[in-house]
Design a protein around this ligand. Sequence first.
Ligand SMILES: [Zn+2]
Length: 375
Amino acid sequence: MKITRGYRTELDLNNKQKTACLKHAGTARYAYNFGLARKIEAYKKGEQVPTAIDLHRELNKLKQTELSWMYEVSKCAPQEALRDVDRAYDNFFRKVKLKKQGKYKGKLGFPKFKKKSKGIGSFRLTGTIKVFSDAVQLPRLGRLRLKEHGYLPTDTHILSATLSEQAGRWFVSVQVEEEQAAPVNTATTAIGVDLGVHTLATCSDGTTFANPRSLKHKLKKLRRLSRSHSCKQKGRKNKEKSRKKLAALHARIANIRKDAIHKFTTHVCKNHAYVAIENLHVAGMLKNHHLAQAISDASMGEIRRQLTYKAEKFGTRVVVIDRFYPSSKTCSVCGYVLEKLDLKVRVWQCPNCQTLHQRDLNAAKTILAASSVER
Ligand SMILES: [Zn+2]
């Protein structure tokens, strides 16, 4: 079976290369906004909405006159950005259609203009891309050094490369097509998982995955830093300095979380044939202002993403149960459902069968039992 996958790693850029990357990202952002504006304009006038190909032609004409600075960057950057607008625009109308038919319940989200203040962004290049163990060679940008050697695959065909900036660091993600061997999973056990704030995940067999200890410390620091950031004056150098610091800390926290999630998802997919998990709908969840909760909410999407591709890789079956199922409040032994269970209560006793329950472990067991009904 052929699969497409991405390998992401950090670049080691000199100042000249950084400037070139900024130019590319800027051009991609410009092209995206240009395309979106043209689409909206045509739509309002009742004209045929231009496609990425039309827009690229328009942009190429302007390039000869007022947009001559575009010659400094690879033509792929604006071209791929216009393809992204196409996709975002079509996705919106596809969702509108589904919503009318009652098949889609989430938000619609019309594509937004990209602002530099929201981040430098990214750009994608196609064409002749070569990967070496210590560098990647791209059109126009030339040979860029990698921080980690030997991670990117050197012997496969590269479909595209995406360069992005995060808190001052640059990353490259290369898309490759790979042959994936059919999964052989020798595990036979089934497991239920409760995802939480206090502990990252609790499994029905008693295994727990704690949040990394450094996370708590970093969250404290984040609270302090964001408070000091908010009282700095807009437009001042100090504000910009603290913004950079804050962005770096956010990225660090996300990385710590991501690493912990990788350990957890690999463990459950590798060691079990069947994994039951609650569907925590990310987009639909209420905005929570409690810091730890908010960070944990943000990881749900990442957990789901990792579980999906690892399940495929290991041949594990992942079953998602309804998010309104009262997993914490249901006794895993007799099925009794409590009327109310406060978030603070970590241990409770079932009034029906007298079993003493640890909140998360009981929830994990209930999730497993509930999923087998649907099995
Ligand atoms: Zn009970």
